[in-house]
Design a protein around this ligand. Structure first.
Ligand code: GLA
Length: 788
């Protein structure tokens, strides 16, 4: 609900309140964002308002009538340079006279029901009309510009989104240097700023830094939201834990260069701003033209990081992801990339698909290498017709044969890119982003097509329409494998070159919008060398994103934990891959690779045709388990419990009748036998059947220790050892009991672990990189004792 009480605006969702008011001067003073409080009149807000009598030393006062008002020491809804506030600004405009001072003052407010989409960019939506919007119109006192701030309150999700739009209502041209999407000023500064950084194959490393009298910047300048700095960030308290304490989460519905900055000003107030990165950005506006900033998302919870994450998860699942696959369980896929890289042909692909069908795979995906002269990454990109040598009957022929095996068929594309060695580049060298007649800095031997050019957008949309309708295609992996360099549109004039990065992403969105409409049933999976463009903008078109090219379970358990702070697991593509892992050469048990991947959208990316019978049997069982629980795993409520040497997750169905949990250990510590798994989110008063995935272990995992139990001596890796290990399996522990949810949630003391001192039946083998899955099924509600 949104209330206007005199000059006060109160925005309320189920559990949060956000409030600001209009000062006498017309500036918007932020008053509160936090747990829900009831404010029923402007008078009641008195204690939230700062009182001003004299100006702070060395500060600038606003004007002669307001000598006590120094904007540098006010919590503001939007800010600018020039009138005393010297903190990070919300907007920067250069006017026709060369000045860059702005002074936006309140003009009017409109409250409306329902969510209006943005006009030029993807934005959130809500199907049940449970969104209220407040549009505040401000006018620049001196230059006649109009600024609209829109607040959308998602009543059920505890999310508020903000967007902003500048309209050049003046008679002169202006140059926009920045227009942020979000600004929130807190009157205190006891916060930890958390952001997620990395690179290819090591996305989403979490960094926590206390805020202070400096700027903490999380940004991307590489053209995509980037694996260097994901746009999702958090502000929390030093004492916030997974389940207790305050946490704010922020994100941006945008896939280009973004910028999030936290700064404590000279007077101890904390400012957070977020939006398009002002570095290398500029937009020229003629009279009557406008510019729209992307939608920013924020949420607050006093139920710890999990509380904040769950708000974000619900919001992303309900209000960002859309279309046929929004609520549909996702298929278990097999991707050809790590099995054969570029070395593919119809025969090889069909053999792989057949091996996939035998273990329960539902969707077979042909990755890179199928088109043009694409035998390696130096050529062919841009030429989107099937290579007849590899696919004699084209896409249609292969798709048919894959379908005949009982599998859906999916395909890989990278429409935003071109190799110089391609027919497309030879025909249209002017369609790439490069500076004419200047040497170009390459990445993965490819260049970026100029999506700031509408002709390129139109051409590539058509090309993709041809590919997607060339056969029975159920799935598309949409890749984007390099970052920007030599940013330049050969289509735009010199004056508009700083508009290129933003215009590029608008062009890509236009193409995606159109392809989503034409192919509503295709399941799209985003990818950008893994997680180089994992953001809410892409999730408006792709229900899931390949989170990292690194499928090593021990890296993934950390990465998926960190993605889970801002994104639901139904958006995270996760595959079981070969061992040793291709990115780390680490050896991890196949059960662990599955445990970790199963909490995302499960796939396989390994040479099933060359795997041992034992591994294939294991994979068959894994897929059966996944299918049984995938509704819970893909759409349940996700909880983090522990991170570090031990990772612990739980996922609970909406009705709390089913739950799946896991623990995964990095390194084993000898002589520590006891361990707990602590479920969360169960019904306290229901009875649950608690079981584990009982594993079997290869004798060889015990090395020469086997001689401690064997009646005859077994030489390691000798004939006897090999023979015995193929027949004798060591059974892991079994957990199987019934008890009450509330009791389970105090921590399940698991069966005793192997501690290096002895072996017996029903011991929990839990060595380096081991994991365990737990299942909880509600049996019935417990009848409560009548205390009355
Ligand atoms: C990127 C993707 C991989 C694979 C290759 C193909 O690196 O992240 O999964 O599709 O491209 O070239």
């Amino acid at each position: 609900m949104i209330k206007q009480l005199d000059n006060l605006f109160v925005l309320e969702s189920k559990n949060t309140t956000y409030a600001f008011h209009v000062l006498e001067t017309g500036h918007l003073e932020h008053l509160y964002y936090g747990k829900k409080i009831q404010i029923n009149s402007s008078l009641e807000a008195v204690s939230l308002v700062e009182k001003r009598v004299v100006l702070a030393g060395n500060a600038v006062y606003y004007n002669d009538e307001n000598k006590s008002l120094g904007l540098e020491d006010v919590c503001l809804e939007m800010s600018s340079y020039g009138k005393g506030d010297i903190r990070e600004p919300f907007i920067e405009v250069t006017h026709a006279d060369g000045s860059y001072t702005s002074d936006f003052l309140f003009e009017k407010a409109e409250i409306r029901q329902g969510k209006k989409p943005l006009e030029t960019l993807p934005s959130s939506y809500e199907e049940n009309n449970r969104v209220d919007e407040l549009v505040i119109t401000l006018k620049d006192k001196n230059y006649d510009l109009t600024l609209e701030l829109t607040y959308s309150v998602f009543l059920d999700h505890d999310v508020i989104t903000r967007s902003s739009k500048i309209i050049n209502t003046s008679k002169d041209k202006i140059t926009l240097q920045r227009l942020m999407s979000n600004q929130i000023d807190f009157n205190d500064n006891d916060y930890i700023f958390t952001s997620f950084h990395g690179a290819w194959a090591r996305e989403m490393k979490k960094h926590d830094v206390p805020v202070g009298p400096y700027k903490l910047v999380n940004e991307s300048v590489c053209g995509c939201s980037s694996n260097r700095a994901n746009p999702f960030v958090m502000l929390s308290r030093k004492t916030t834990s997974e389940d207790t304490g305050e946490c704010y989460g922020f994100n941006l519905v945008y896939s280009g260069n973004h910028y999030e900055c936290v700064e404590v000003g000279a007077f101890g107030k904390t400012r957070f701003i977020g939006g398009i990165n002002p570095t290398n950005f500029e937009f020229h506006l003629e009279p009557n033209e406008n510019f729209e900033a992307p939608e920013a998302v924020m949420t607050y919870s006093n139920q710890g990081f999990n509380g904040m994450s769950q708000n974000m998860h619900e919001f992303v699942r309900e209000c960002i992801v859309r279309g046929t696959w929004k609520k549909k369980t996702r298929p278990v896929l097999l991707n050809s990339w790590e099995a054969s890289y570029f070395d593919i042909n119809e025969k090889k692909l069909l053999n792989l698909a057949k091996a996939g069908k035998d273990v329960g795979i539902e969707l077979f995906v042909m990755d890179d290498g199928w088109f043009g002269a694409r035998d390696n990454d130096t050529k062919g990109l841009g030429d989107w017709t099937a290579n007849k040598k590899k696919l004699p009957q084209g896409i249609a022929g292969l798709a048919k044969k894959v379908n005949a095996l009982g599998l859906d068929f999916g395909i890989w594309v990278e429409p935003e890119m071109v190799n110089v060695d391609s027919d497309l580049y030879r025909t249209h060298p002017e369609w790439t982003m490069e500076i004419p007649n200047k040497p170009h800095s390459e990445s993965r031997n490819q260049r970026i097509l100029d999506f700031a050019n509408p002709e390129v957008v139109e051409y590539m949309t058509k090309q993709m329409e041809n590919v997607f309708s060339a056969g029975n295609i159920a799935y598309v992996k949409w890749d984007m494998n390099r970052i920007f360099s030599d940013v330049y549109s050969q289509y735009l004039p010199a004056t508009k070159q700083k508009e290129v990065s933003h215009r590029y992403i608008m062009g890509v969105y236009k193409m995606l919008e159109s392809l989503n409409k034409t192919f509503p049933d295709i399941l799209f999976e985003g990818c950008a060398s893994g997680g180089n463009r994992f953001d809410l903008g892409m999730l408006c078109y792709f229900p899931q994103i390949w989170a990292s090219d690194d499928s090593d379970a021990i890296y993934r358990v950390e990465a998926q934990t960190n993605y889970s702070y801002g994104y639901p697991m139904s958006t995270v593509g996760a595959h079981v891959s070969d061992c040793p892992n291709h990115q780390t050469l680490r050896k991890t048990p196949i059960a662990t690779r599955f445990t970790v991947a199963s909490f995302g959208v499960l796939g396989y990316e390994c040479h099933l045709g060359e795997m041992s019978k034992e591994d294939l049997k294991e994979i068959k069982t894994q897929i059966e388990i996944y299918k049984k629980y995938r509704e819970v795993l893909q759409f349940g409520t996700f909880y983090r419990t522990r991170s570090g040497n031990m990772y612990e997750w739980s996922c609970v169905s909406k009705d709390k009748s089913k739950a799946v949990g896991m623990i995964t250990q990095l390194l084993f510590n000898p002589n520590t036998s006891y361990e707990t798994y602590t479920p969360k989110g169960l019904k306290p008063n229901s009875k649950y059947h608690f079981t584990n995935r009982q594993l079997e272990f290869n004798l060889k995992e015990f090395g020469s220790l086997v001689n401690q139990v064997s009646p005859i001596h077994i030489k390691q890796n000798g004939v006897l050892h090999n023979v015995a290990s193929s027949f004798i399996k060591m059974k892991g522990e079994k957990e199987d009991f019934i008890t009450i949810g509330d009791i389970l949630m105090q921590g399940v003391k698991l069966k005793q672990g192997f501690g290096a001192t002895g072996y017996a039946d029903d011991i929990r083998f839990f060595q380096d990189f081991y994991s365990r899955m737990y299942f909880m099924e509600e049996i019935e509600e417990r009848l409560l004792e009548n205390k009355g």
